[in-house]
Design a protein around this ligand. Structure first.
Ligand code: AP5
Length: 214
C-alpha cells in the first residue's frame, strides 16, 4: 500500500498518517519530522533546513528528494509506506514517479485532507509537538495527560517555531502556490481521493480506511 497524504499545513496529515501506519504496519515517512530530527541533532542538513522552515518556506527540492528516495528503498518499505509532507512540489512528485517507475512500481493513493484556511490558524496555535518522538497533541482536542509532557516518551511538548500565527499564514500561501497543484497532478493519474478534514479525527480516519479498503 503506497499512500501520499496531501493537505494544507495543519490539515491533519500527520495525525492520520500515524494511524494508517499503525493499522497497516507500514512506515510513516514525514519529511517535516526528518528535518526536525536533524535540527535537534545539529546536523548540516538540519542547519540548512531550519533557515527555510523558520520562514515558512519550503526546503529546496535538492535537499529533500534524495532523502525520501533513499528512505523508500529501505527494506521496511517493501510492503508500502505512507508519505506525509512529501511530495510538496510538482518536481518532487515527478522525482518520486521516476524513482518508482525505475523499479516497476507506482503510487496507489493520494489522499487530500481538505480543511479551509480559516480553520487552520486556530488549530496550529493549539498544537503541541514532541520534538523527541514526533507525537502531536492539541491543547483542547488531544491534550497530554500531564501538562507539557509527551504521553509517549516523557519529553517536553512545545509550540513549533513555525506554528506562530504569522508563519502559519506564510505556510498557507506557500501551500496554495506550490503544493495545491499536486491535487490536479494526482487527479490526472486517477489516484486522488478527498476526505473532509474538518470532521472529528476518528471520522476522518474511518473515511480514509473506506477509501483504502474499497
Ligand atoms: P511539516 O512538518 O510537513 O508541516 P506541514 O505540512 O505544514 O504539516 P503539519 O505537520 O504542520 O500539519 P499536519 O497536516 O501534519 O497536521 P497535524 O496532524 O499535526 O513541514 C514543516 C516544514 O518542513 C515545511 O513548512 C517546510 O519548510 C519543510 N518541509 C517538510 N517537507 C518538505 C518537502 N517535501 N519539501 C520542502 N520542504 C519541506 O494536525 C494539526 C493539529 O490539528 C494538531 O494539533 C492535531 O491534533 C489537530 N487535528 C488534527 N486532525 C484534527 C481534526 N480532525 N479535528 C481537530 N483537530 C485536528
Amino acid at each position: 500500500m503506497k499512500i501520499i497524504m496531501l493537505g494544507a499545513p495543519g490539515a491533519g496529515k500527520g495525525t492520520q498518517a500515524k494511524q494508517i501506519a499503525d493499522k497497516y504496519k507500514i512506515p510513516h515517512i514525514s519529511t517535516g519530522d526528518i528535518f526536525r530530527a536533524n535540527i535537534k541533532n545539529g546536523t548540516e542538513l538540519g542547519k540548512k533546513a531550519k533557515e527555510y522552515m523558520d520562514q515558512g518556506a519550503l526546503v529546496p527540492d535538492e535537499l529533500t528528494c534524495d532523502l525520501v528516495m533513499d528512505r523508500i528503498k529501505q527494506d521496511d518499505c517493501k510492503n508500502g509506506f505512507v508519505l506525509d509532507g512529501f511530495p510538496r512540489t510538482i518536481p518532487q512528485a515527478e522525482a518520486l514517479d521516476a524513482a518508482l517507475t525505475k523499479i516497476g512500481e507506482k503510487m496507489e493513493f493520494a489522499i487530500d485532507v481538505d480543511v479551509p484556511d480559516e480553520n487552520i490558524v486556530n488549530r496550529m496555535g493549539g498544537r503541541r509537538a514532541c520534538l523527541n518522538c514526533g507525537a502531536t497533541y492539541h491543547i483542547v482536542s488531544i491534550p497530554t495527560k500531564k501538562e507539557g509532557i509527551c504521553d509517549r516518551c516523557g519529553s517536553e511538548v512545545v509550540l513549533r517555531d513555525d506554528d506562530k500565527p504569522e508563519t502559519v499564514q506564510k505556510r498557507l500561501n506557500v501551500y496554495h502556490e506550490q503544493t495545491q497543484p499536486l491535487i490536479d497532478y494526482y487527479k490526472k493519474q486517477g489516484i486522488l481521493k478527498s476526505v473532509d478534514g474538518t470532521k472529528p479525527m476518528e471520522d476522518v480516519f474511518t473515511a480514509i480506511v473506506q477509501i483504502l479498503e474499497a
